[in-house]
Design a protein around this ligand. Structure first.
Ligand code: HEC
Length: 145
């Protein structure tokens, strides 16, 4: 009995902890567009995050995936949880991200790692301004040398 109770309490604790973490960028607005689900932008970000982790592995071997991720150009139009993040600054950071992505896909082998790290820095630059929660995780995407 007692262990079941303790189990329940720790589950509640864990759930609270994780929802706090997940909702870091999502609680600034009174009227979330998508109160019961993840926003289009949040889902896109998760894809970008996973894809960047995969690209990191390739770049570390001196390779690039051959297909440019067109889907990520949606960063300009995907609906965020909180519409107030869509400032002029956001647009500038989004443009810088897309530019970094294009640069990476046009890299010569010697520029590959620098251009990859510059792309990750562009993720961080935007996050520093609009959504600091995931920065620690994003930093792990950098290739240390
Ligand atoms: C132009 C600004 C901008 C850029 C560039 C950007 N992000 Fe984001 N990111 C956001 C915003 C805003 C959110 C919150 C999305 C929401 O809740 O609707 C977010 C959310 C996230 C999340 C949390 C998603 C979730 O589960 O809720 C992760 C992880 C993330 N970004 C990683 C990245 C990575 C990795 C990159 C670069 C490859 C990146 N971001 C580039 C603005 C940006």
């Amino acid at each position: 009995m007692k262990t079941a109770f303790v189990g329940k309490i720790s589950l509640i604790f864990l759930a609270t902890f994780f929802s706090l973490f997940l909702f870091k960028c999502k609680n600034a607005s009174d009227k979330p567009l998508n109160p019961n689900g993840d926003s289009e932008l949040a889902l896109l970000m998760r894809m970008m995050n996973d894809s960047t982790a995969a690209i990191k592995e390739l770049v570390a071997q001196g390779k690039l995936p051959d297909k440019f991720p067109e889907a990520f150009l949606k960063i300009h139009t995907a609906k965020p949880t909180d519409q107030t993040v869509k400032t002029e600054e956001f647009e500038a950071f989004a443009a810088s991200y897309v530019e970094g992505l294009k640069q990476l896909y046009h890299s010569s082998p010697s520029e590959l790692e620098t251009n990859y790290n510059s792309l990750v820095q562009r993720c961080i630059n935007c996050h520093q301004s609009v959504c600091p929660g995931p920065i620690k995780a994003i930093k792990k995407l950098k290739i240390e040398n």
